[in-house]
Design a protein around this ligand. Sequence first.
Ligand code: ZN
Length: 452
Amino acid sequence: MHRTFVRCRRLFTGLEDAARADQTLVVEDGLFTHVGPTAAAPTPVEGDRMLDAGDNLVLPGLVDAHTHIVFGNARGEEDIDFWGTPEFRALRGLFFAQRVLAAGYTSIVVPGDAGNCSISVRDAINAGLFTGPRIAASSNVIANRHSLNDWFPEHVGTPDYVTGRLCTTPTAQIEEVRRQAKAGVDVIKIAMDGAHFREDGTHIAAFTQEEIGAMVAEAHRLGKKVVTHAYGKEAVLYAARAGVDVINHAFFADDECIDAMLKSGSHVSPTLTFLRNNVEFGQGHEPTAGSGYQAMQRRVIEVAKRTLTRMRQAGVPFMTGSDSGFAVTPYGEWHAREIEILVDWLGFTPAQALRAATSVSARAMPRGGTLGAIDPGRRADFIFVAGDPLADVGVLQRPGSVTAVHIGGVPVAVEARRYDPYKVTHLSSLKWTDVYTRDRAIELGLWQTGAP
Ligand SMILES: [Zn+2]
């Protein structure tokens, strides 16, 4: 078996804060077998492959702890759930997973997707049929009345092909955990709150402490990790007490929640990229501007900055996720923005944020301890980055800054294929975003007859 020697002028292992100078990595059979100073490296023999990273910084492959690979850059929940067959969504998901890989993300955690789509994409990649990132697959988001993913009116419910799975009794909840475990998920996603509020505006959890406790215990018994959507204090507290592995968002958590998270070892994945992109990119003509959604998100961000800074100071471990798969977070584009948010908004140093995006986020992957770091015995997923993200993490978002991606020691080439979004993503029957009353037509200068 031939080895690959990688000469690194500068190396960030994902386990330490400082970059190391003049290191050599040896990769054998998909694993790092040696990491150390070039002066003390093993001697290459005939047939070994030599790779020089040049001026690039060498980093572990990045991990996105929150990417929905079958959402298809959706413009709304109907895009996600109604348009496109499950089979088409899986094929499209594979294509988009490759775009994520090309951005330097060698591992993706999928916190909820329809049916067996992400499981199938993962299996096709793992079988060697296609190039792609490592995927922690999931199935439907376990939802309850009032939680995220129970979007549609009661008469629609959650048919099989949608992302949510309404489970309104403890028996149904446990059965869904078992169904997903048998289907082969890596993670179970539970929507702990969403759209139900008290008069004072605080979120009401969609499951009781007993319900989430029983689901998490069963998922863990079956060897599956659990991730939750949880904005409100109550949802975060219940999730932490139940031992949920990754709590997404947690924007309205308080000190009691933080204590419970520290006790249970729960991680937080803020996934603020989605909100930041909404408020910074969503233009005036978007429905989100008129409905007050953007204004609400702006307020949530201000609370989140304070909550999550306290969480960092208390020692809760952070993961990085982008919520890619929406029109405002398209695949392959903004994944590294979450790293920048940890630095800009939550007081992380660049090195701490990069550790969150590598060795810490890898913990949400199956056999996560074998990923996320450049260290002997771990899988040889690594990238070359032009520029110095340890000084400015923003360079990771610059087009072309990721100059090479290796997964299991194998260089990855993803063709930059153009596609027609109207055939791939914009499948809905939406035809107008405005209502053309006579008043509106006059206002727009489109019609004069009858003007007063
Ligand atoms: Zn999400």
